[in-house]
Each structure stands twice: as C-alpha cells, then as structure tokens.
Ligand binder design. Structure first.
Ligand code: SAH
Length: 242
C-alpha cells in the first residue's frame, strides 16, 4: 500500500487535504478510486489507515480511519556530511534516512564541491525515502554550516554528544572497538567530502575532545559508500539494529 507523508495532525475522523502532487499521484498515476485505502504518517502521530476521497480529477482528501502503527521514537543519531553533487546527494539523503539518521546536517569543508544547496530537494528526498521504507520519522535537515562553525559550537549545541569522524588517514582497521567504547552515549557521525578533509581540518578535528576518528578499512570509499558503511556499523554495534 502506498504511504504518504503529510504535515497535518492525524486523528480518527480527520480529513486531510492532499497537495497537488500527492493528489495527482494517487488519482492519475496509481489510478486510485473513491474508497481505496492508503497509509499516512506525519512523523509524530504514527501511521494511519486512510480512505481516499477524490474531489474531481485533480484534488483529493484523505479520510482517516484508524492508527495502523504507533509512532516510533525520534532517531537521535546526528549525521553530518559534506554535500555532494546531485545524484549522489539524493542517494546520500535517501540512504541516511533509511539508516536511521535523525538529523542530517550539511557541513561545508575546504574541498566541498557544492556551494549552493537545494534544501527543498534534500527534504523531498528524505520524505520519499521514509515513505518507501516504512520509516515513520523524517529526519530534520537544517541549513548548511561550516566545519569551523560546527566544531566551535558543538559542545554548546550538542552537550556531551560524541562525534565519530570517518577518516581514511586513520590506521586501517576495524572501527568496532572504538564504537563499542561509545556504548550508551549520544552520537554524531561526520563524513568528509569526495576530496577528503584538508590537513588543517584534520588537525582541527583531532584537537577536539568530543571527536572519535575511525577507519572504515583498508580501501578508500567514496563519500556516499562511506556514509552507508559507517551508519551500518554504528547501528549494528551501538545503535538501533541490536
Ligand atoms: N582522501 C580522499 C578520499 C576521501 S573519501 C581523496 O583524496 O580523494 C570521502 C570521505 O569518505 C572521507 O572524508 C571519509 O570521511 C570517508 N572515508 C572514505 N574511505 C574511508 C576509510 N577507509 N576510512 C574512513 N573513512 C573513509
């Protein structure tokens, strides 16, 4: 059954107007008819079974019937990355959403190749991934920040949250021991740009008490691969896969 993300509060009997794209998708792509059902979620009120009420050929309402799944708690995992170019950026946002990132923070670094970010597109990708993967939380995607700013304000904003930094210049090895040592702590993960961190950035990262550099093995991974690999190993050792 198709799942749709909406912003409205969800409760029994509520009627939710769909936007143009969602109406078009249901009515003209899926060819839904009056009385067909779908699932909706808003990131707060769980998943709901809803009946489609077409209003002409271009607009539709959803009539909420009953909750079909309880809301899952928000994901606490912070994920920062240096933005990539379009297709890889889309991929990165989708995968981070599927892997359970709660906040996806674009971080500009010296070798970041993208300067103008399309936040709306990134948010749309996160919503699409959540809809497809039956994730009930859509990660928050704040405005971009710079690496310097991120590190300077980290403790003030994030308290004692640790920042795991994937760094291919760490001696190649398993990240598992370093991750296990973080058991029970609030976590962040930072992945560098395609060109890697600059030397002065690496020095700055290593200077911070809250950073934990980790290796992801003997091969250099592309940034999007590194993101999925790191999130998988974090979730499976000290995260929500257990
Ligand atoms: N130094 C590079 C490659 C950067 S790879 C170059 O000059 O092109 C992009 C990012 O993926 C890195 O910044 C790092 O965060 C992560 N990464 C890739 N391979 C990794 C590895 N083997 N261990 C840890 N992090 C890795």
């Amino acid at each position: 059954m198709k799942r749709l993300y909406v912003e409205h509060p969800l409760q029994a009997g509520a009627q939710i107007p769909l936007d143009r794209d969602q109406s078009n998708y249901l009515l003209n792509v899926l060819r839904s008819r009056a009385g067909d059902q779908t699932i909706v979620f808003n990131g707060r009120d769980g998943a709901w079974l809803a009946e489609i009420v077409p209003e002409g050929r271009k607009a539709a309402l959803l009539f909420l019937i009953e909750q079909s799944a309880e809301q899952t708690p928000p994901n606490d995992l912070w994920y920062g990355f240096a933005p990539l170019k379009s297709a890889r950026l889309d991929y990165m946002i989708q995968k981070a959403t599927e892997m359970g990132a709660g906040i996806i923070q674009p971080v500009m670094t010296r070798y970041t190749q993208v300067s103008h970010l399309k936040l709306e597109r990134m948010r749309a990708n996160a919503i699409e991934a959540a809809e497809q993967c039956e994730v009930l939380n859509v990660p928050e995607i704040p405005e971009q920040t710079s690496l310097g700013q991120l590190l300077a304000t980290w403790s003030e904003i994030h308290g004692d949250r640790k920042l795991i930094v994937a760094d291919e210049e760490e001696a190649a090895g398993s990240p598992i021991a370093a991750l296990n040592a973080l058991e029970g702590q609030r976590l962040g993960l930072l992945i560098g740009p395609e060109g890697g961190f600059a030397e002065e950035e690496r020095a700055l990262l290593r200077d911070q008490a809250f950073t934990v550099p980790v290796s992801l093995g003997p091969r250099i991974l592309r940034a999007d691969t590194a993101a999925v690999a790191a999130l998988a190993v974090i979730q499976s050792t000290i995260g929500d896969w257990r």
